[in-house]
Write a protein that binds this ligand. Structure first.
Ligand code: IPE
Ligand code: IPE
Ligand code: MG
Length: 239
């Protein structure tokens, strides 16, 4: 099997990376932003066409106010510093997640970057910011319920395809989801879209995750057998 073209990453372990070095957690987040830059740059050469990055979850508001503020500051800096390069390098940026809880200036920057890069097609970068899979599903259900209540569609018109359209994502489902830092859980990331994704859990914290390692994981994906509930031809399934 070939390398995956649609990949999602749970960028975890920034805090531990910093604490192990006697640094404040925010130092790990800063280093993490540098990794984002490198991994995004590496995507076209690695054959990745859509990359979805988990940057801030709907549950991350539970963190100390000072850490949340530092993360928001880093999002602003990232957008400001990277916008020109992303635009120049053919990256189309889209944000997924619930935006109304974010500060108006960040929302405006997000919308500006989306608008500025919307015609690019070398790489689609989906950034999950204030994203929670359950929240996304509930918001989609509300949209559909409103259409039913307005008489625009009947309950029987609600199909998987229509439901998927009501979600935030506009890209093909990820074939592979990678999580760094050795944690083996999904933490509310893409529960609908990753229903049949392969997973790769790597021990390195996100600030230590390199493009070379990324490439090695993509190669390993090529050795996997995906069955989607069926049976391989070699095991007696239909040819
Ligand atoms: C991931 O690193 C970044 C965000 C969740 C924003 P963490 O901050 O979760 O790092 P650990 O898991 O505490 O080490
Ligand atoms: C998931 O990591 C969210 C992001 C990477 C943005 P967390 O560190 O928040 O997840 P838990 O709390 O360990 O499950
Ligand atoms: Mg974490």
């Amino acid at each position: 099997m070939a390398r995956p073209t649609n990949v999602a990453i749970i960028m975890d372990g920034n805090g531990r990376w910093a604490v192990r070095r006697g640094l404040p957690r925010v130092a790990g987040h800063k280093k993490g932003v540098q990794r984002v830059r490198e991994i995004v740059r590496a995507c076209p050469d690695l054959g990745v066409e859509t990359l979805t990055l988990y940057a801030f979850s709907t549950e991350n508001w539970k963190r100390p106010v000072i850490e949340v503020a530092a993360l928001m500051r880093l999002f602003r800096i990232y957008i400001r510093m990277e916008a020109a390069e992303l635009e120049r390098n053919g990256v189309c940026v889209r944000f997924i997640g619930e935006r109304s809880a974010l500060e108006p200036d960040i929302r405006a920057m997000m919308a500006g970057l989306e608008e500025r890069t919307k015609d690019n097609d070398l790489l689609t970068l989906q950034v999950a910011l204030n994203y929670g899979g359950r929240d996304e599903i509930v918001r989609a259900a509300r949209k559909i319920a409103a259409q039913v209540a307005a008489g625009e569609i009947a309950p029987g018109d609600v199909t998987e395809a229509r439901f998927a359209e009501a979600l935030d994502t506009r890209c093909p489902d990820p074939e592979l989801v990678i999580r760094t830092s050795g944690e083996h859980r999904t933490s509310n990331f893409l529960p609908w879209q990753a229903a049949y994704s392969e997973y790769a859990f790597v021990p390195e914290c996100w600030p230590d995750f390199t493009p070379d390692q990324f490439g090695a994981i993509l190669d390993e994906f090529g050795t996997r057998e995906r069955r989607f509930g069926g049976v391989e031809a070699s095991q007696g399934g239909p040819a």
